[in-house]
Write a protein that binds this ligand. Structure first.
Ligand SMILES: Nc1ncnc2c1ncn2[C@@H]1O[C@H](COP(=O)(O)OP(=O)(O)O)[C@@H](O)[C@H]1O
Ligand SMILES: [Mg+2]
Length: 298
């Protein structure tokens, strides 16, 4: 069975999408693993980092995006059924084993969803909360279930902030990675995320485990960066901070314009080398974390 990994921070612009697409590409291309990227963000940055907008527009016209799958779970009575296997884009960027579940600029309508659940709950506030939580508990799980055995890794790219799909994605995951910038507000984002995860754990809705924190420097001054990293190491434990740091590198930003990750467009750039190193450390951290966990918890 594949491991589902959330790549998440409540803060935006901290490198979540860039880490997701490059880590996934390295795992498939250099390690021969089968990897699925799931774009849960309505900004569709992961999708557009891997395919041209025209290609995406065509898929959207054919209802071959995550929106269709969300709809099939929320409103199973709708007539059009498209299996996830027909929505996943295979060997994306011509990398064997690298697949993408394209996101959408609109995934569900909050108001309609709330009305639907409320009517199902016989207009009772308490039952409504129950059915809302239960939808969070199974939405992403149910979407991924038919293909989970086809992959070694399923990497979920999240929007910033907290919403139904974010909670559902976290609940469906075995592990999580926190991309961060070495600056104070990014640490606030981590704190908010930890509080959300703690709440889900307290009510026994997830057993997700932290694999580590990945810093992308993104132009931050080194004295401030060192301070922040020390604080994060103290809070989370030194072993939880990746030694590999992603440097600010123009090749990383330029790659987005070619709809491919930097590890494909400029494999010898500083950014690409860092992602190769990060992949090695990711696999090490994964084995170490697995070894310290009691059996049957993963
Ligand atoms: N190492 C890097 N060097 C240069 N630019 C980067 C690097 N990592 C990310 N970026 C750019 O910074 C912005 C935010 O990164 P992104 O991965 O989209 O963050 P998030 O998904 O957390 O919002 C994007 O424009 C991205 O291209
Ligand atoms: Mg993003």
């Amino acid at each position: 069975m594949g491991y589902v990994i959330s790549i998440v921070n409540m803060k935006g612009g901290v490198g979540k999408t860039t880490v997701t697409v490059n880590l996934a590409t390295c795992l498939a291309k250099d390690r021969g693993m089968r990897v699925l990227i799931v774009d849960l963000d309505t900004q569709i940055n992961a999708t557009l980092s891997l395919m041209a907008p025209l290609h995406f527009a065509q898929l959207r016209k054919e209802n071959r995006t995550l929106k269709q799958l969300v709809n099939q779970v929320i409103q199973p009575t709708n007539r059009l059924i498209i299996p996830i296997q027909d929505i996943i884009q295979r060997n994306i960027c011509k990398v064997n084993g690298l697949d993408l579940l394209p996101g959408d600029i609109e995934l569900y309508n909050d108001f309609l969803l709330a009305a639907l659940l409320y009517s199902k709950a016989n207009n009772s506030q308490q039952d409504f909360e129950k059915s809302w939580n239960s939808l969070e508990d199974y939405l992403v799980r149910k979407i991924l279930n038919p293909v989970i055995n086809n992959y070694d890794w399923i990497l979920l790219d999240f929007p910033p902030g907290d919403n139904l799909l974010t909670r559902s994605g976290i609940i469906a995951s075995h592990f999580y990675l926190i991309p961060a910038k070495p600056e104070p507000l990014s640490v606030v984002g981590m704190g908010i995320l930890e509080a959300h995860i703690k709440k889900l754990k307290t009510s026994d809705r997830t057993r997700i485990n932290l694999l580590g924190i990945i810093f992308s420097s993104l132009g931050h001054a080194s004295t401030m960066a060192a301070k922040v990293k020390n604080r994060v190491s103290a809070d989370f434990g030194e072993g939880k901070v990746f030694n590999t740091e992603i440097p600010t590198n123009v090749a990383v930003a330029k790659a987005v314009d070619e709809f491919q990750p930097v590890v494909l467009t400029e494999p010898t750039s500083a950014g690409a080398k860092a992602f190769t190193e990060l992949t090695k450390e990711f696999l090490q951290k994964f084995s170490n974390t697995l070894a310290t966990m009691p059996p049957k918890t993963h």
